[in-house]
Design a binder for this molecule. Structure first.
Ligand code: G1P
Length: 291
């Protein structure tokens, strides 16, 4: 089976939920503690032994590519000042992966964004990671999914159960359980009303797709919200080739939402030894003060 060698990261969104912060700074560069959210995503890709990243970008997003570029003056300055660890962190961020960027042009939806990667991906399976979805896991979510892809030889999307009130914010699937963590999907609907949802299993922003998706995306008409939806093309792919829903292991944060962004900062902050004790103490104080 073909190895997954390429990752597509759509990053053309305007980030209106984070205005005014995102007026001049791409939302993908907003930090979780001290690291831009997109760097966690690229790290996940690299940890799954994938080293080519295709970034679907847009106007005002060039600084994302700059972030992964070399910065000799800065690195030399840090080394001169004896800040070796920080210099090394900068060096490792820039040598993580080969980043190729293509512009989306008109913003016509997630499906349209992914289709822009067609020529760069070619005729091989690939992974799509949505920058808003951070997954903190012992085994990187992308690696978990690559193993599922290898086992079943079908496209895979990550899924998780969500409460009724959140159903209409996600692509929703249903299917038949085929092992402890996987379902063979039989329905996929983009952001259904609760009354029309086939289950509570929501698609999280991680997909392994076979290249057939590109031809199907070319035939996909605008759907929900007047946009070309990846979920609609995936539903066609499911009928032709089968599609696995995988209940990933790990904690998912919606860094594209203000509350989720704060949660991610707290959770990732608590993973830092130099911050965790003070942060916990502060949270206890805040609970007292506000209860
Ligand atoms: C996108 C997808 C949706 C999926 C979600 C996961 O929606 O269209 O199917 O459930 O990502 O985060 P968005 O949140 O970009 O509107």
């Amino acid at each position: 089976m073909a190895k997954i060698r390429k990752a597509v990261i759509p990053a053309a969104g305007l980030g209106t939920r984070f205005l005014p912060a995102t007026k001049a700074v791409p939302k993908e560069l907003l930090p979780i503690v001290d690291t831009p959210s997109i760097q966690y995503i690229v790290q996940e890709v690299v940890d799954a032994d994938i080293h080519t990243v295709i970034l679907i970008s847009g106007r005002g997003k060039s600084s994302i590519v700059d972030h992964f570029d070399v910065s000799p003056e800065l690195e030399e300055k840090l080394l001169r000042e004896g800040k070796h660890e920080l210099a090394e962190r900068l060096r490792s961020a820039r040598s993580m992966a080969t980043i190729v960027s293509v512009r989306q042009g008109e913003p016509r939806g997630l499906g349209h964004a992914v289709l822009r990667a067609k020529d760069l991906v070619g005729n091989e399976p690939f992974v799509v990671l949505l920058g808003d979805d951070l997954v903190d896991a012992d085994i990187p979510c992308t690696k978990q999914m690559a193993d599922v892809y290898e086992k079943y030889g079908k496209s895979v999307c990550a899924v998780m159960e969500v409460p009724d009130e959140d159903v209409s914010r996600f692509g929703i699937i249903s299917g038949e359980k085929i092992d402890a963590d996987c379902v063979e999907i039989d329905q996929m609907v983009e952001k259904p009303a609760l009354s029309e949802a086939p289950s509570n299993l929501a698609i999280v922003g991680r997909y392994i797709l076979t290249p057939r998706i590109f031809e199907l995306l070319e035939k996909t008409d605008p759907g929900k919200g007047g946009e070309i939806q990846l979920t609609d093309a995936m539903a066609l792919l499911m009928k032709e080739e089968g599609f696995i829903g995988y209940k990933f292991k790990g904690d998912r944060y919606d860094a594209g939402d203000q509350f989720g962004y704060l949660q991610a900062n707290i959770a990732y902050g608590l993973k830092r030894k130099n911050l965790a004790p003070r942060l916990l103490e502060y949270m206890k104080e805040m609970i007292k003060k506000h209860s």
